[in-house]
Ligand binder design. Structure first.
Ligand code: ASP
Length: 328
């Protein structure tokens, strides 16, 4: 494994080596669970779905699937998408009864002429395709919501906007990932298989305490995730509204399609976001990107982001190459 953004083997050769990149530190254990099948010749599409399912099932991950934190009214809603190319992508948002949005998104891709299903229709579609109905709100997440509601009565009643900074406590200090805990944890995963096929997925319960009905970047093709076999793949995590304003994942892939290295494409995405005048202290945004030739990169607006890279040499937890606003 090299950590300079170059996958270990020359991907120019016909024989490809599988490689996988995921957001946040929990991506490492999710990668480890999905890796054996990818290493044994499995498809990148199966691998990114497997990583997503692993995180959606883990109640300790409080912004993905079961265990995610609910909206302002204590209701859970999940978003996710999967993509291999502009012709092969699927997405769902505002899922309330099923735990695996990426799997439902893949079913949308396979069994409908559409790309995105939302809300009740998406849940009904999941029922029709055999997805199990499951409780999404874990006891721990409910307790966290009750505590938030007690401590923030005006916000819980919707008469004040949700204070994402929670009095500045979360952002007072620290350069580690725990600083962003409870705020940003979308699993975003990119993989290339031994056929050289790229795929990506992302899955999230969105922002905790969000206004009911809010949908972020994660399930929207070109915002949270984009994959183009001729350009590469990129996935974002963090404050969805920031990346939605600039079509961030599409932008990164389009720049790579024009020849940019992943780190340069990511730098351009972060520069556009950093130049926004209304950037708030609680805003964070991170992007990981992978080119079809195996070059990859990572970057974040602020310190604290981690990513997990997996290849035949093992699984590594890494700091991003670029931190656009260090010391913030
Ligand atoms: N990007 C996700 C959203 O805005 C949240 C996250 O990545 O933590 O819904």
């Amino acid at each position: 494994m090299t950590t300079d953004g170059t996958a270990p083997e020359a991907r120019e050769s016909a024989a490809r080596s599988p490689f996988m990149l995921s957001t946040w530190s929990f991506g490492e254990r999710a990668n480890a669970a999905a890796w054996p099948a990818l290493a044994a010749g499995g498809s990148s599409m199966d691998a990114v779905e497997a990583v997503s399912i692993f995180c959606e099932d883990d109640p300790e991950i409080d912004s993905v699937g079961y265990g995610g934190l609910p909206d302002r009214d204590g209701e859970m809603s999940l978003d996710g998408c999967i993509m291999a190319s502009p012709e092969q992508c699927g997405s769902v948002c505002a899922i309330r009864r099923h735990r695996h949005p990426v799997s439902i998104a893949r079913l949308v891709m396979q069994h409908t002429p559409h790309i995105m299903l939302a809300g009740e229709g998406a849940d009904d579609f999941a029922d029709q395709h055999g997805q199990q109905v499951e409780e999404l709100l874990a006891p721990r997440a409910r307790e966290a919501w009750v505590k938030w509601k007690q401590e923030n009565p005006d916000q819980a009643r919707g008469v004040r906007p949700v204070d994402r900074d929670r009095g500045g406590q979360l952002f007072a200090s620290g350069n580690d990932e725990s600083r962003w805990k409870d705020l940003h944890d979308t699993i975003g995963v990119l993989a290339i298989d031994e056929q050289g096929t790229l795929a990506g997925a992302c899955s999230t319960s969105g922002m905790p305490w969000k206004v009911p009905g809010r949908v972020g970047d994660s399930p929207i093709i070109g915002h949270g995730l984009y994959v183009d076999p001729y350009g590469g793949a990129a996935v974002a995590t963090g404050t969805g509204e920031l990346v939605m304003a600039i079509c961030g994942s599409f932008l990164a892939v389009e720049l790579m399609r024009g020849g940019a290295m992943p780190r340069d494409a990511i730098t351009e995405v972060l520069d556009r976001i950093a130049s926004r005048s209304d950037l708030k202290p609680e805003h964070q945004l991170a992007v990981i990107a992978l080119r079809p030739d195996g070059h990859w990169g990572s970057g974040a607006l602020r310190p604290g982001f981690r990513l997990a890279a997996s290849d035949a040499g093992g699984h590594q937890l890494l700091e991003p190459e670029i931190v656009r606003l260090p010391g913030t």
